[in-house]
Design a protein. Structure first.
Length: 136
């Protein structure tokens, strides 16, 4: 088995950064458009909302995404920021975007929603790739 070199502090930072990006992405940047696409109002979003659980699971999930990306970066021996971006883009397109797109076809969601949601993950993945290669 190949040795794996992961900076776990960088992985945790990625998880935290994803929440900051999400606050901007689903707030002032695309908040209204996202609510329109999913058919929610601000009141709907507040109903039965458990912020501790929701945000906690989100940060844990993003941290694991960063961990898997760090593992891929280590396995490929990526050493430059461009390497990190290329791996991030490949993982995003091959696993995140296409999964969201396929799900949207069956759930009859708009392509605009796919772009909003997968765009958020694209920004995360690119920043993760940069951070994880830079701190390797």
């Amino acid at each position: 088995m190949l040795p794996v070199d992961i900076n776990y502090l960088a992985v945790v930072v990625c998880g935290i950064i994803s929440m900051l990006i999400g606050a901007m992405w689903y707030g002032p940047v695309f908040g209204k458009a996202w609510m329109k696409e999913v058919g929610y109002t601000e009141e709907d979003l507040k109903k039965d909302f458990n912020p501790g659980k929701t945000y906690g699971l989100a940060v844990v999930s993003h941290t694991f995404m960063a961990l898997v990306l760090a593992y891929l970066i280590s396995l490929t021996n990526a050493s430059t920021i461009m390497d990190g971006i290329r791996i991030s883009l490949s993982a995003w397109f091959g696993f995140i975007f296409l999964t969201m797109f396929i799900n949207s076809l069956f759930a009859r969601k708009t392509f605009r929603l796919v772009v909003i949601d997968s765009g958020y993950q694209l920004v995360n993945m690119i920043l993760f790739g940069i951070i994880l290669v830079f701190w390797r």
